[in-house]
Design a protein around this ligand. Sequence first.
Ligand SMILES: [Ca+2]
Length: 189
Amino acid sequence: MIFAIYTLVIAFAALNAQTATDKVYIRFVDRSDSTFHLIRLEDPGYQDMTPVESRWIMLGYLSEDDIIDPLSPNGEPTGDDIVNPFVIPIEGSIKGQVAGGALFGPAEYGSPFMPGFAIVTQEHFGKYLYIRVFNATSISKATKYIVLKHPHLVKAESNPVILDIFPDIGWDTEQVWKWIQPPNDLSED
Ligand SMILES: [Ca+2]
């Protein structure tokens, strides 16, 4: 199963080899079940072999520096960070959306985190890429997110770029699930 997926990844990369210098396909994976456990902190019923309609939405972001800035209460990136402007060619996708959403592999392989690619175009090479996973299937329904701890410097390199989240990148686990707008913000007015 895993082998088949990686074969597909390689085939996909070969198809795109001619564009390797103007777009980089970057995939953050977790071959362990660590990410799955973080997701289950928020929803104990989140399934591996996640059905398409229940996969939580993920967005890619770009930062000028190597510091991941927080989201504002209205869900927008702050500081020098932006949503990755690339829109994947899948109907209904929004800016920055990572193909496939929060998809996990089967339990017998340890429920690995197997999302699709964040695609960064040449004009953004030299910036730092990171991803957020939101706690809903759409941004409008999301109240919280998890975010990587360290971003990845994007440069021209051979596609695809497969990055293991652990041990070097990590999720920011100081507070795993961060509110977009904390509930006490709503009650203070
Ligand atoms: Ca930043």
